[in-house]
Each structure stands twice: as C-alpha cells, then as structure tokens.
Design a binder for this molecule. Sequence first.
Ligand SMILES: [Zn+2]
Length: 284
Amino acid sequence: MNQTFSRRRDRLLTYRAMREGNITSSRRTKCAACGEESPRLEWERKLQVCPKCGFHAPVGAYYRLSNILDPGSFQELEGNLSPADPLAFPGYSAKLAGLEEETGLKDAAVTALGRVDGHKAVFSVLDSRFLMGSMGTAVGEKIARAAEYAEKKKLPLVIFSASGGARMQEGIFSLMQMAKTAAAIQRFQSRGGLYLSCLTHPTTGGVTASFASLGDIMLAEPGALIGFAGPRVIEQTIKEKLPEGFQRAEYLLDHGFLDRIVPRSEWRSVLAQLLALHEKGGQP
Ligand SMILES: [Zn+2]
C-alpha cells in the first residue's frame, strides 16, 4: 500500500518537472548557448546547468524552489490569484488559458513561505515559461502582497526574477505595477525588512526597472542577461558598439550593480548564510 502511494507520488513529481521542461524523456540535451549535446542525467545533476559551458538554463519556478527550500517547508501563498484582461486584448484570455493548461501556473509568479537550512523567509519566483515572466496585474499584485506578508510576519523577502519586462497585453495596467511593486518594497525596507534580490537569465524591462533592482543585497546567476532595453535596441539607438559582456551578470558585478554572483548549486548555502546573518543582526 505504502509502496503504491510513494510510486504515485514519484510519478506526480516527475510529471510536474516534465511540465516545467526540466526533465525530458530524451537521453541527451542540447545547450541553447554553446550548441553542444550532453547526457540528460549530467544536466540534471548540475541542476540544469550546461556541463560543457556552464550556461544556466532558465528553469521553472517550482523546480527552483524545490532545489532551494528545506524538504517539507514549501507552503504556497496566493496560489489562486489569476490575471485579468483589463483591455480585452485580442487573444489574451485564450493565451492565458492555454498557458495555464501547459504550465500548471495561473500566472508568471509563484509565492511561497519556506525555509532554507531552517531559516524562514517569503519567496517569490518568476517563471519565464509564462509569457516570458512578464509582469501584469497578477504578478505585480503577488510581488506587492509578498512584501506586505513578509512585513507583517517580520520575515525576510527573497525574489528570484526572470522576466521580459512589463506585459504588453495589459498596457498601462502593467506599467502601473512598476510603481506599485517598488512602493511595496520600499515600505517593507523602510520598516526594517531584508530583501534579497536574485536575478536570473534573463531579467529585463519593467521588472529590472522596478522591484528587481531594489534589493538590499543584489545577487545573480552566472551569465544572466540583466538590463532594461536589449543590447540590439541600444546599439541601434546610440549607433555605437557595446562593450564585450555588456548587461551580463559579470559585467554588472564589475560595475557595482551586483554584490555577488551565485552559481545555481550554491543558492541554498549562500541564502542560508545571509538569512542566518540577518537573524543574528536582528537580535538585541
Ligand atoms: Zn553549453
């Protein structure tokens, strides 16, 4: 009986991971960055980092949380918050329904309460599979509520960003989320809250221009593209060639925008260390 139950649970976990595209049935996986093929199991062992070139492939929100949080500590918040279609944008509602079916997500953000090595925090993770992790009203609301919840419970806030920016299908309502999330973060910080902003590939547009850049501590995965407009748009506008590595995490670290680059395999230990230091600092 127990064996049947655990087999069922394993199947469910595999199914969820497959839906996120992190585990496939093929035996080899091709890297989107270097084009080299490596055994799927090697990718899995390295948490979806290319064994050949170290490219940190985008991963789903649940997959990321499952690799960071202590087992059994995940508790989803605002799981039923759905996006609106305020402009009745052609095809948007159908697109949202299709993506929900495909990804199992209601929108591009997952918020949860969890622990890292015993340290409790509020987590929000953007998922680039859902309309490029773009921020519409639901994503903005989830980020703002995560900050409010963290403030109320006196917990640190950890946000993993991965986004194409504001969501064009929600027009001005989407742009308003930039001010709303920035204000919510500012309020949280002004009352002593610790916000760790973790940037992953790619983090761009209105998300970079709002909550993602406001961390008390700014962290990023190696090679992540982080910027407002993309490099091609900038080059076409200023009619100049951009420097090598422009908008990559390493370049931003060198120029003071980031505090540290964290390889995917080290998130748990780095976050645990920062959260532990914060807890100690908060003691009288
Ligand atoms: Zn590669």
